[in-house]
Each structure stands twice: as structure tokens, then as C-alpha cells.
Design a protein around this ligand. Sequence first.
Ligand code: F6R
Length: 241
Amino acid sequence: MFLVFPDSAAIAAHLSARLQDIIRQDPQATLGLATGGTMEPVYARFVQDVRANGLDVSQINSFNLDEYVGLSAEHEQSYAYYMRQHLFGQLPFDAARLHLPNGLTKELEQHCQDYSAAIAASGGVALQLLGVGTNGHIGFNEPGTPFDSRTHVVALSERTRIDNSRFFDSMDEVPASAITMGIADILSAREIALVVTGEHKARTMLNYQEGGVTPELPFTALKQHANTHILLDEAAASLLD
Ligand code: F6R
């Protein structure tokens, strides 16, 4: 289902309200969280609203979609750092309940299995927040990723590493791989909110609307999920019927 909003601030207000509803209904709810520019206004609005109304967030559980391999949580480009900056460090969460893949683990395969199992053991994700790449990726699930994938390690393409190198001191520091929840993990959430903003994603959305369901455009897997809401700003929706 497409929901079109005037701008990213309106999407953020809507999602903040939805998150608060879920937490009011179940203070121990498990949330699936994403990083990236798209999510920044969402977290900023949620933090502002919860500071104003004092909602108790101390029992929330969360699982982030992905993390780079080899970066510590102190590294400014790690997703752990992003989450602290934008959300976890802003409200009185219980850090023990907040999960990201551990990019420093020596036991990568085991860690990935444990991560998928921990999501299921927490009761499953009540609401999964998602952004999408212009090539249709969700999490680090790039085109071609099987829809039955669980948490796994992804080798980053040379293109992605070059694109990301601007955030690092040198190309050598750009991680070669990442850990991501798989598409099957994402689809196991009871509700999914995909946020798509900006003109640069308009063609991606047109491809979604016109195409079928194909691993070549990973986010088309969401067409198989009965409770997915796609929240667009007018720019991202500009090529849709
Ligand atoms: C982030 C993630 C990515 C981003 C996507 C969009 O945790 O998993 O799939 O959601 O790359 O990124 P932005 O929002 O920066 O356009």
C-alpha cells in the first residue's frame, strides 16, 4: 500500500505516532531498525515526541538491520555509532535490549545464525523500519540475494566501497564486508514501514510499481508481505500513476 505525504517531516510525524502506538500497546515490543539518511527525520521526530510526552521506552527491544564488518561501535561510520547519535543516546533505553550485528566478532557464521535466532526468540519484530537503495536493496541485501536468506555476511562491491570511501580517511579503511539481516528475516516482521524520500528514488519506485517480484530488485519481496506500508514523499512518488 502506497501512502504519499507532502514531505519527509510529515512521514516522520506519522511513523513516530505509529511507533508510540505500538509501544503503548506492548511496552516490550521488538522493533526492527534501519540507519541511513532516510531515517534521520524519523528518529529526530520520535525523540522529540517522547521527550515531550514521557513515554516509557526502557523495555523496548530492537534489532538493527545491518553493520559493517571490522568497525567498532566507536567508529563514526559504524551503524552502532549512528544509532547512538540519532536514537539510543537520546532517550532512556535499556542498552542490553538494543541489538546490532557485531562487526568485530571472530565467529561470523555463528553470530549470523544467533542473530536470526535472537530475533525470533524475542517474539518477532512488531514493526520493521526500512529504507531502500536506488538499486532496490534493503538492508545490505543487494540485487540477486535470495528471498529465503537469513542473517548473513555480504562482500561489498567495489562500487559501494568507492562510493563510501568519502566517509573514511583512506580506501583501505572502507570495510570489505557487512552483516545484514536476510530478506526472510525482514519479511517475518508483523508490519513493515518502508520509507522512500527524494527525487533520486522516483525511478526505483516506478520500477517497483511496474515490475513483478524479482530478486533483481530485492525490495519487490515486500509485495509478498501482507502488512507493508510504503511511505513516500511527493518527490519519490512523482513518477507513479
Ligand atoms: C540502512 C540500510 C540501507 C538503507 C538504504 C537507504 O540500515 O539497511 O538499506 O536503508 O541504503 O539509505 P538512505 O536512507 O541513506 O538513502
